[in-house]
Design a protein around this ligand. Structure first.
Ligand SMILES: *[C@@H]1O[C@H](CO)[C@@H](O)[C@H](O)[C@H]1NC(C)=O
Ligand SMILES: *[C@@H]1O[C@H](CO)[C@@H](O)[C@H](O)[C@H]1NC(C)=O
Length: 356
């Protein structure tokens, strides 16, 4: 990573910095780190080289190097999910260049920042839990506390997702930034709240998954385990919380500082809601002075939609261009016995609208 990028990173990123450095070390060195880790990864040096981590995170990294690859995967999950959830909005969660830095948007106390913090904290908890269940970590495995026969009469398999471990890791590794940093106390409160809300999106949507055993799936014996929801579900939940996020301000109650709704008519937010301090910019125009502020020129829009993906709102009233483009689709699909589907390729012209 060049010095300049590093500086941009250090100055603008906050939560994502904790994953950024892992990326920016480059795939190669992680590849090497992993190779050299066959057996045990005592490669504490790698932790020192992860730019952007604060000292206390470096310590955690050193203590749990084996978990760090799951953290890296979690980071990628967060970015992919954010871009999916925001694909039709003016701010589309684009990252800067090759770096997974969401730009300055995220360092402000906006609703978008709330989403990014929540999805990041959730993704790290999710990926670490997944890694525990898959048996790739020495420090954790399945949650075997759920065992025996359930009240419904099925057998617990003894390998439930160890969400407690993933959540605890996310709390220690991610939240520590807010607890250590010399940033405004209200923003730290906001970030901590949203981190926790993100993790709650997993915790409150745990499900029971089962498998049947017996002659040709007769289900004489059923074993079940507690499983996390798919990450898409977590993303959907957090996106809903984004849509209904509460604007808050800091208030002093006794000696403690708390966040309360700015509008006292609103009912107080719960642990699962997202909160934000600052209104969002309109995201209409490119602003070279604000990293991540790309503007909506060139974005595709929907001519008939009245929602934010519609050309009127997406293009901020600047108008749009229409061109005919050819798309290739699968069509006239036929099912063949047995078992495959054969389709023709159809070409058709569709109108594509792009913001001016
Ligand atoms: C987001 O929009 C910008 C244009 O504003 C575009 O350059 C970028 O590719 C988009 N990113 C994603 C992830 O869709
Ligand atoms: C455009 O918006 C309309 C109305 O919301 C919707 O029915 C249609 O599927 C959208 N088209 C595309 C290409 O997304």
């Amino acid at each position: 990573m060049t010095q300049l990028k590093r500086e941009i990173c250090d100055s603008i990123c906050s939560v994502i910095c904790l994953v950024l450095p892992i990326f920016s070390v480059g795939v190669d060195s992680w590849y090497l780190a992993k190779l050299s880790s066959v057996g045990s990864i005592s490669d504490e040096e790698t932790c020192e080289r992860l730019r952007g981590l604060i000292q206390r995170q470096v310590q955690i990294c050193k203590r749990s190097v084996e978990v760090m690859d799951a953290v890296r995967r979690g980071a990628q999950l967060a970015i992919d999910e954010c871009q999916f959830q925001f694909r039709n909005r003016r701010w589309n969660c684009s990252t800067l260049e090759t770096m997974p830095v969401f730009g300055k948007i995220v360092t402000q106390g906006t609703r978008e920042a709330a989403f990014v913090y929540a999805i990041s904290a959730a993704s790290v908890a999710f990926a670490v839990t997944r890694a525990c269940s898959s048996g790739e970590l020495e420090k954790c495995g399945c949650d075997r506390n759920v065992h025996g026969v359930s009240s419904e009469g099925f057998q617990w398999s003894g390998c439930s997702d160890n969400i407690a471990y993933g959540v605890a890791f996310s709390q220690s590794f991610i939240d520590i930034r807010e607890r250590s940093k010399g940033q405004s106390p209200s923003k730290a409160l906001m970030n901590l709240h949203n981190n926790e809300a993100g993790r709650k999106a997993i915790l409150s949507h745990m499900r029971v998954e089962c498998k049947c055993h017996g002659v040709s799936g007769s289900c004489e014996v059923k074993t079940c385990w507690k499983a996390m929801p798919p990450f898409r579900k977590v993303g959907n939940v957090i996106k809903e919380k984004f849509d209904g996020a509460t604007e808050v301000e800091q208030r002093k109650v006794g000696t403690t500082k708390v966040l309360v709704p700015r509008n006292s008519q609103f009912k107080p937010h719960t642990d699962e809601d997202l909160v934000y301090l600052d209104p969002s910019p309109d995201f209409c125009d490119h602003d070279p002075r604000t990293p991540g502020m790309l503007g909506t020129a060139g974005r595709q829009c929907n001519r008939t939609s009245k929602a934010i993906d519609g050309c009127e709102l997406m293009c901020c009233g600047r108008g749009f261009q229409t061109e005919e483009v050819e798309v290739v689709d699968r069509c006239s699909c036929k099912f063949h016995w047995c078992c495959y589907v054969k389709c023709k390729q159809c070409r058709k012209m569709v109108e594509m609208h792009t913001c001016r």
